[in-house]
Design a protein around this ligand. Sequence first.
Ligand SMILES: CC(C)(COP(=O)(O)OP(=O)(O)OC[C@H]1O[C@@H](n2cnc3c(N)ncnc32)[C@H](O)[C@@H]1OP(=O)(O)O)[C@@H](O)C(=O)NCCC(=O)NCCS
Length: 205
Amino acid sequence: MNFEIIPLQELDAAALAHLAALHSAVMPTLLADLGSSVVARYYEIAQKEASVVGLCLVADSGELLGLALGSPDPAALNAKLRQPLTWFAAQMLRLALTHPRVLFQLAQSVLSASNVNILQPGQLELTYIGVAGSAQGQGLGKSLLAAFLAAARTAGYQSVVLSVETDNPSALALYTRLGFSIAKTFREGQYHRHRMEFSLSQAKI
Ligand SMILES: CC(C)(COP(=O)(O)OP(=O)(O)OC[C@H]1O[C@@H](n2cnc3c(N)ncnc32)[C@H](O)[C@@H]1OP(=O)(O)O)[C@@H](O)C(=O)NCCC(=O)NCCS
């Protein structure tokens, strides 16, 4: 399949909406559970944040098939979702009325955040990576992650870290294949996770 990998900053508003839809379809994360308008806002914020490394994989047909996003301070990026306050309050009210369980999970995730996730200067956390279901298993994840590591190095970061659930074999295979190693295995709330690292001073990406 022919494709190109472009920076998140190049997406226009319509493409950003597709990116949010891709995120929600591919990654059953807490962010996705907060609803499509919150996911779209997250990427809008990320697009403007200079420290973020964000890449999108686009097929020749124009279809958006993959995304990878990393930040040196994911918590600060998440915190920006609380602004504007009236918009945030409306989202929380909507969740309280329609998906109260998600609000509970949100509180739980804030309270159970592990110290393992604290980043050191020079570290970039790969927060999200995903490939559209129909395009998985064809090497796109590998191309996307390799491009992400190269972009992180160009941006001046020294290493990339991530957390992955221990029961996510495709993600674990991808990270291991590209040369990440497990630094720690830990429990965070109901999740059992590996913390993985990749040093960008490694010769081969
Ligand atoms: C993880 C993900 C991005 C991988 O993308 P992909 O395009 O399917 O991966 P690739 O085709 O490039 O495969 C990469 C390597 O992993 C291996 N692999 C992929 N899926 C696998 C699986 N289920 N079991 C074992 N190995 C697997 C491939 O064989 C390949 O290794 P190889 O080169 O030695 O053959 C994709 O599965 C995905 O989007 N998953 C849902 C979102 C997710 O879990 N994201 C990560 C956590 S946020």
